[in-house]
Write a protein that binds this ligand. Structure first.
Ligand code: PLP
Length: 371
């Protein structure tokens, strides 16, 4: 028994990638996005499982992530998605990662840094088709930038790409609008530079629209078996890879009216048993789950009662209980016949599954599911 542990099912990650690969068809490659420590699952081992499942590219957001992943998977094409300072550019180039470019000024700086390192940088020009975040929103500028990259001896034009704002909203017409804008820009770039990789799709887009697949799909959330639409991942053939487990450290009798936790936010409505589980918001169990969560113990849902502390939570076990100190407690994942999915926790917190798994802190060891 461990105080708190995230069990990662790498076979599930492998199978999820095979599932995505099948959805993509033979002409599109799968890029596994392992930013933010693999959405909290552990980037290093998840990247390995994703590659075993058919991914042929990796992507990260930051320079530090590129350094770690690039060192470990030296021969796998790696794309750093995010904005980078000059210092970060040096790190990313040393990691042999490909980079994103959307301004002429950044292209010049990048060219100079690549030249200084004696390397050439592979770049993906980014079009802002409507996300309104990173990327160049002007098709003419983007084409000019692609030409400048191609003409630069320190750079190699490798791709043209964009990112969707509403792929996970099935009713959104804006998705189609972005896709149409991007199709025009990508076609213009591809006509002049036929070898560029065209990419746009995230996980939701892969399931939503075949036309968005292009040469490469950048999938994050789905490779971890989290549903991009916040529904049931199994309905899309995805298997959740992460469970968050702890144990019951103490079981104590509460007389009616006795309170649990900071601020006395819960008192026993009747004589009852309360289980104390030694993890809390210091582990990423969000405080907003106070009096608003459930934990599986002995295969049954137990309401989380009182305030989530940094290191402890309490659950109501009821007036009669067979729960004992040392019993396993599951905050995310299955036990017996029941399962608490990250999507359910996200709904309680009015957020998305991405944030739930990313929030699991570094204090929680990530371990491979045994067997
Ligand atoms: C995070 C990210 C992705 C992956 O998105 P998912 O919804 O997790 O599949 C793809 N592209 C970009 C630019 C991203 O930042």
């Amino acid at each position: 028994m461990e105080r708190a542990v995230a069990r990662i099912d790498f076979d599930a990650i492998r199978a999820n990638c095979a599932r995505l690969k099948a959805e993509l068809g033979k002409d599109s490659e799968l890029c596994a996005v392992v930013k933010a420590d693999g959405y909290g699952h552990g980037a290093d081992a998840c990247a390995g499982a994703a590659l075993a499942g058919g991914a042929s590219w990796l992507a990260v957001a930051t320079a530090v992530e590129a350094e770690a992943v690039g060192r470990r998977y030296r021969h796998v094409p790696l794309l750093t998605l995010g904005a980078l300072t000059q210092e970060e550019v040096d790190i990313v180039l040393a990691a042999s990662s490909e980079l994103s470019v959307w301004h002429e000024g950044f292209r010049e700086m990048l060219s100079a840094r690549a030249s200084a390192q004696g390397s050439s940088a592979r770049v993906h020009v980014k079009y802002d088709s409507g996300m309104g975040r990173l990327g160049n929103p002007d098709p003419e500028h983007l084409l000019a930038l692609a030409r400048a990259c191609d003409a630069d001896p320190n750079l190699e034009l490798a791709g043209v790409w964009t990112h969707f704002a509403t792929a996970d909203e099935p009713e959104s017409a804006f998705f189609d609008e972005q896709l149409e804008r991007f199709e025009r820009v990508a076609a213009a770039v591809k006509q002049e530079f036929p070898s560029v990789l065209v990419h746009a799709a995230n996980s939701a887009a892969v399931f939503r629209e075949r036309r968005s697949h292009f040469d490469l799909a950048r999938c994050g959330v789905a490779i971890y078996g989290l549903d991009p639409f916040q529904g049931d991942p199994r309905e899309r053939g995805l298997a959740p890879a992460l469970s968050l487990r702890s144990y019951v450290a103490d079981v104590k009798r509460f007389a009616a009216g006795a309170s649990a936790g900071y601020g006395q936010r819960w008192s026993a409505p009747q004589d009852t048993w309360v289980g104390v589980i030694p993890l809390g918001y210091g582990d990423g169990v969000r405080r907003a789950l106070s009096n608003n969560g459930e934990v599986l113990v002995r295969g049954h849902r137990r309401p989380l009662v009182g305030t989530v502390s940094m290191d402890n939570i309490t659950v109501d076990l009821g007036p009669e209980t067979d729960v004992e100190s040392g019993d396993e407690a599951v905050l995310i994942g299955s036990q017996g016949e029941d399962e608490i999915r990250a999507e359910e926790v996200a709904r309680r917190l009015e957020t998305i599954n991405y944030e739930v798994t990313c929030a699991i802190s570094a204090r929680v060891p990530r371990r491979a599911l045994a067997g």
